[in-house]
Design a protein around this ligand. Structure first.
Ligand code: SAH
Ligand code: SF4
Length: 347
């Protein structure tokens, strides 16, 4: 009989699994606590269970864990984690310290199918969706590495398009919320603009923050740099944003990657203020992180500040996002898959 991965089981099903082993419901609750809060990586570590019970569990089940393959630390304190998946693929997560926050940027897919012209993850295409436990385990594993410090915020801005893997993503978000005690207000899902996904997110994971990578102010330019725009043009995207049910005092974040000579003119800034009128929002300006093999350039600082000033003068909240972790290729858009050769683990 194949062993069951306890982390891949939805938490509700753990009770059924344990009762099938002749174990009472409170054992399932203890197990959840040990897997998610104590971060146990095997039954052996669950010291609350007797040796006998640990052995019994070990016969039928295992606890799936991402394998930490590499950890890089940037001069600015940002850290990048490379994780191996069970099938030999790999993903990256980035830990970003900022004042009293410790934000973990996690991946939702291995690769990405959306093909944005400025993004390194997009260059390699999609390899596969991550399962819920592989998404949550990035939080658990990094949490284990940095203890006793605690991750305070989660952003789904790593590899992949979360709304193209919404079932697993929403399952993962619920686990973070319920089992890792990370408040939904501290979780942000970022999308390139998958309109039906935005509508579903509101039902599947209400109350998490929504970030939308807008990145251009005309369909002509957006269509050139983001293929998704051909399917869901700016008007349809912003309509979905206007309809997105926001909690009190909450706002949608619009990300705007600034590409020199492409989307960074004064006219763009004025058009942006027109497009976003009436949407409770804030704008994150992200000066492009230059990448080998990608032709775009980062605008100079003066251009970025003038663009920002136009938005601010029009009454919008616009901040320029500092590029963190560039020296270790951990900044926005720099993540990608790495071939890792290692023996396949037989469970
Ligand atoms: N797929 C989702 C989330 C991951 S991408 C999305 O597109 O929103 C996270 C952010 O990185 C997006 O806002 C994207 O526009 C930005 N980004 C991608 N490549 C970049 C680069 N080279 N420089 C700066 N930002 C980049
Ligand atoms: Fe995918 Fe987001 Fe990169 Fe576009 S920017 S290719 S949607 S990860």
């Amino acid at each position: 009989m194949e062993k069951v991965n306890l982390k891949a089981l939805p938490p509700e099903e753990l009770k059924t699994f344990m009762s099938a082993q002749g174990l009472p419901a409170y054992r399932a609750r203890q197990l959840l606590h040990w897997i998610y809060e104590k971060r146990a990586t095997s039954a052996e570590e669950i010291t609350e269970f007797s040796q006998k019970l640990r052995r019994q569990l070990d016969q039928v089940a295992w606890i799936g864990n991402l394998e930490l393959l590499d950890r890089a630390v940037s001069a600015d304190g940002t850290q990048k984690f490379l994780f191996g998946l069970d099938d030999g693929d790999s993903i990256e997560s980035v830990l970003i310290p900022d004042e009293d926050r410790l934000t973990l940027c996690i991946s939702s897919q291995a690769g990405c199918a959306m093909g944005c012209a400025f993004c390194r993850t997009g260059k390699g295409g999609l390899r596969r969706n991550l399962q819920a436990y592989e998404i949550v385990d990035q939080v658990i594993s990094v949490g284990r590495e940095i203890a006793p410090r605690r991750i305070t915020n989660i952003v789904l801005m790593g590899m992949g398009e979360p709304l193209k893997n919404l079932d697993e993503v929403s399952d993962a978000l619920h686990r973070m919320n319920r089992l890792l005690q990370i408040s939904k207000r501290r979780i942000t899902v970022s999308t390139c603009g998958v309109v039906p996904g935005i509508e579903q997110l509101a039902f599947k994971a209400p109350e998490v923050n929504l970030a939308v990578s807008l990145n251009a102010t005309t369909d002509e330019v957006r269509g050139r740099i983001m293929p998704i725009n051909k399917r869901y043009p700016i008007k349809a995207l912003l309509k979905a944003c206007r309809r997105y049910p926001l909690q009190k005092r909450r706002r949608i974040t619009f990300e705007y990657v600034m590409l020199a000579g492409v989307n960074d003119t004064d006219e763009d800034a004025y058009r942006l203020t027109d497009l976003l009128r009436g949407i409770p929002c804030k704008i994150n300006l992200i000066p492009f992180n230059e990448l080998e093999g990608i032709k775009y350039r980062r605008p100079d600082e003066g251009r970025v500040l003038e663009f920002q000033t136009i938005l601010v003068d029009a009454g919008l909240t616009a901040i320029v996002r500092k590029s963190k972790g560039q020296d270790i290729l951990a900044a926005c858009g720099q993540l990608r898959h790495r071939e890792v050769s290692r023996p396949q683990v037989m469970k």
